[in-house]
Design a protein around this ligand. Sequence first.
Ligand code: SAJ
Length: 411
Amino acid sequence: MYKFEKICVVGLGYIGLPTAAVFADHGVRVVGVDVSQKAVDTINTGKAHIVEPDLDALLKRVVESGFLKAQTKAENADAYIIAVPTPFKGDHEPDLKYIEAATRALAPTVKEGDLLILESTVPPGATEQMVGWLEEERPDLKSAGGAGTAFYAAHCPERVLPGRVLIELIENDRLIGGITDECSARAQALYKTFVKSECVITNARTAELAKLTENSFRDVNIAFANELSIIADKLDINVWELIALANRHPRVNILQPGAGVGGHCIAVDPWFIVDAVPNEARLIRTAREVNDGKPQWVIGKVKQAIAETGKDKPTVACLGLAFKPDIDDLRESPALDITKELNGMSIANILAVEPNIHDTEVGGLELTTLSTALDQSDIIVLLVDHKEFKEISLGQIANKALIDTRGIFEK
Ligand code: SAJ
């Protein structure tokens, strides 16, 4: 019923680029827009400027077939998808400046009947704000349901897991939050181009809060596990055994503690709820504080172990810098923060190991190989459960102090 022959995806990052590529792979002509000339040039050679399994091969295919091209300026299309970052400003307040800039930049090219989709994670009400910015630039266009001619707008948040993006884009259910029912119907038709599971219709505000709710749910559950790890340590109980035992209850499913919560989603999105309703979001705020406090607790444990060696400057191996296992992504990584902070203290020689990064240095830290770190260290701090670390034998860490934040040795 609705035809989308050409779309424009604004923001070619971790979400926008795979989304653009998947649309192109399903026969839609895609113009990808990004402010970074470097990203645009890389993409146009058929390569990804981010790391995501199978993305390079997909990009090569769709760039060579001509279905995807990248550029720094938008051009007219049947639908526009905005997938730009939503950083913080001030005290954990969402900053919509990139969404506003993208909307205003698109405005001159939008024509009657076009569909404007916001994919960026946003606080409740942001899609309505986006519509307002477009109408300010283009008083001749009024959103569907308003007076005058019509364009259509919806919030369609993504829920893909980094490392599985190309699979989850297609296989996960998708929320479609239109400003009006007609907006939802059009957005649903667009995503049905490639989504194999359901495209579930709701309104824009509910879709906005649903996305934040999903990540807050996970944050609260991880905070429970992290708090348990601190409680168990104080009571001299093995938390991994404790959780495994409790999880034998048919209605209990506790997540795993770690060095803290990283990445650009779970450590960020709950704050958007806290910012919107500070007095009501008490549990969500506390969970954020518990998770954000975990790295300092780990650092305290390492300092204690350093003191217990009795050495002037013992050698500490920090294993893993990424924000989660088997990726190279360092965004908001507690492991990286912990290692940097320990390195800055000058109370130990820090050996940083990150098998997923092949540079010699990361954020001012010199990288060491795992075998050197195992040979030379007095203390092992396991920060991320990368597959390489799971192969370490107990013999290789015998006679060393061990701080195992992910429980790969202690389980
Ligand atoms: N973590 C733990 N213990 C656990 C699980 C995770 O400490 O039991 C930590 C990880 O080590 C990591 C952080 O949490 O530091 C987040 O990792 P993650 O794998 O839970 O999630 P992300 O940030 O990679 O992706 C999340 C996903 N959201 C949910 O699972 C609810 C993903 O589906 C979203 O699309 C993504 O956020 C996003 O873009 O919002």
